[in-house]
Design a protein. Sequence first.
Length: 289
Amino acid sequence: MRRVEYDTHSHLLALQDLAAQNLSVVGPTSGPHPGDIAHWIHGALRAYDPVEVVPVWVDDRGVSAFGVLWPQYGGVDLCVRPDVGDAVYQELFRLLLDEAAKGDHVEVDLHDGDARGLAVAAELGFMKVRSVFAVNAQSLGPVQPIADSDYEIRCASYEEFAEIADVHRSAFGSTWTPDEYRRYMSTPAYAPERELIAVAPDGSLAGFAVCWMDHLNGIGYFEPVGVHQDHHRKRVGSDLLAAGMNLMRDAGMRTATVLYDLENDGNARFYAENGFKRIETVARYERTT
């Protein structure tokens, strides 16, 4: 096994495939969805060169493992091919921790179902701090009805980068700029047919939902879903979810999932009202260095 530089065009699909393989063998609640990988590298970590924050390891079978470093807070994620042994897993974990340490601590977020990750973290002295995210799911049955509304739900276009960035900032208090979203749209992580938008009667953008597909496991994933503050309580989010689930079902997905921040009390109520049930949590673990 040797370490290589991340290459956007040749590695992204391989990394997503590895994440899907892991879920298929270890279990659907054992780690991040393949959509998370693209969203992290080219969205959440857009301020960083992927070569610096995405170490990749390969062997004679292709990509065997990869990590994601979070310089903002000294965090790390690790995804390893299911057949890679525990000793190698732990060695890679240690290597990433050494690179990720920030100040006097390092942290990792682990799914409740990630037995191997939890065991290694405990052996290396990590302690659970708190649960931070909830993963919710529902089966995809018949076509989801969309309520009569003055809002139009359709796929995004490449020309709407500024409007989508504006909704991001309003919905999440994020720092997305129009230029950043335009650049994101040019990466292999982005496909306009997977980003649904809600257009208000006045033509302004009211909300969006990005849909990701895991064809190996039949799991669709929303990340993220946002509604502009000016359009809250108008069923915009619910209509986006319904349209997104129809898109997932048409793509062959059997289950729809979504992850949300547990600090936002409204999230649990909103997703429950739209048929989602919690299937696991993701907890934060920290270790002083």
